[in-house]
Ligand binder design. Structure first.
Ligand code: PLP
Length: 406
């Protein structure tokens, strides 16, 4: 299906040895490795196309501006947004959500109004709303889930009231892997006239996202989780909604005219991009999206689904292994515990075998509380992972289990 060995050649880090063992990188949910094409784009940007953008008449500034705006167009095409005015570059998912939490609350909410979140949100889709709750007296309502890690659709519907102003939920859980039925959830919200923000951090790298088809008002993701650089991400917003919101930060780029008496703000998307943007990062992110497109999102989704199935089956052969997240539709995430072995012990011992997994609460402490645990071990997969790596991972977990005589 995929020529994984050829793909792996694009990722030099995958040839590294850790403690003299071949690196097996299964921490893709936290961040992905970068292909040469992306790293070369960054180097080429700084070597050959570096000048501050948007205000320069000179050649290099215009070339850098063009590259940055072409990158915006690449993101637009990738998400199938209507207009590049709907694509705002941010530092990542976290900043995108903070921007909406701050601006949406200012423009559209007053004390007593409600936002619906889910129990499986990452802290970055909880804390920004709590900050607004403390500032403006808004209330948070939380969709519960069942024991498989599936959100309860009836409970979701019952959470709506005439005070509900926004639904803000994750597309794919970074802990359970659950793919939430966001299209249906958006429809439910729209039937009640409520707009929706979708946290796409764990979805965009693994599945085709069409924002017009989903019809969410806002959709956000991070570049570094989709083979792009750190420090750049995207806020998609429907133009009519972004137009309604006040600016997030003040400074250069986001203004049309400034005097000490009055400032007029720039048009979209620049109204939300105060200061010098990461114009090298944006072009490298666009390169990453082209890379993913060349492999084909459908191929990626099918391959990773197969890897997840294989890894889950392998883990089930291990005595005492418990998998968290049993939804029918799952992203490439496998969270587990083995007996009473502490996740940190498992993670540290796997690391000595060259296997990189993540351990702990995964920035989802309320979810951990709902599961009645402190943390899990999480293996998360990419299209550059192989069945052989999964075999080594499962053998590694079994070896740790034996050490602890579970
Ligand atoms: N939302 C989800 C579901 C995530 O998994 C993450 C990162 O792990 C984030 C948000 C935050 O992303 P970032 O740290 O890139 O802003």
């Amino acid at each position: 299906m995929l020529d994984v060995q050829a793909i792996r050649k694009d990722f030099p880090i995958l040839d590294h040895k850790i403690y003299d063992k071949p690196l097996i990188y299964l921490d893709n949910g936290a961040t992905t490795q970068k292909p040469r094409q992306v790293v070369e784009k960054i180097a080429n940007g700084y070597y050959n196309v570096n000048a501050n953008i948007h205000r320069g008449v000179h050649f290099l500034s215009q070339a850098a501006t063009e590259a940055h705006e072409e990158a915006r167009e690449t993101v637009r095409r990738f998400l199938n947004a209507r207009s590049s005015n709907e694509i705002v570059f941010t530092r990542g998912t976290t900043e995108s959500i903070n921007l909406i939490a701050s601006c949406f609350t200012d423009a559209c909410m007053s004390a007593g109004d409600e936002v619906i979140l889910s129990v499986m949100e990452h802290h970055s889709n909880i804390v920004p709303w709590q900050i607004q709750a403390a500032r403006k007296g808004i209330a948070l309502k939380v969709i519960p889930m069942d024991e498989k890690g599936v959100l309860n659709p009836d409970a979701y519907r019952e959470l709506f009231s005439d005070k509900t102003r926004l639904v803000s939920v994750t597309h794919v859980s970074n802990v359970l892997g659950t793919v939430n039925p966001v299209k249906a959830m958006i429809e439910t919200a729209h039937e009640r006239g409520v707009p929706v923000l979708i946290d796409g951090a764990q979805a965009v790298p693994h599945t085709r996202v069409d924002v017009q088809d989903l019809d969410a008002e806002f959709y956000v993701f991070s570049g570094h989780k989709i083979y792009g650089p750190t420090g750049i991400g995207v806020l998609y917003g429907k133009e009519e909604w972004l137009d309604r919101l006040p600016p997030y930060q003040g400074g250069g780029e986001m203004i049309a005219t400034v005097s000490f008496e009055k400032t007029a703000f720039n048009e979209l998307p620049f109204k939300f991009e105060a200061g010098t943007p990461d114009y090298i990062g944006s072009t490298a992110l666009a390169e990453a999206l082209r890379y993913v497109d060349r492999i084909g999102m459908e191929n990626i989704a099918a391959y990773e689904e197969e890897l997840l199935r294989y890894a889950t089956a392998g883990l089930r052969t291990i005595e005492g292994a418990r998998v968290f997240g049993q939804a029918d539709r799952k992203g490439a995430v496998l969270s587990f515990l083995v007996g009473e072995i502490h996740p940190y012990d498992m993670g540290m011992l796997l690391d000595r075998l060259g296997i990189a997994v993540r351990t702990g609460h995964h920035c989802a402490q309320p979810l951990m509380r709902a599961l009645g645990i402190e943390g899990t071990v999480r293996a998360s997969f990419s299209f550059y992972n192989t069945r052989e790596e999964i075999d080594a991972f499962v053998a590694g977990v079994e070896r740790v289990r034996k050490m602890f005589r579970v």
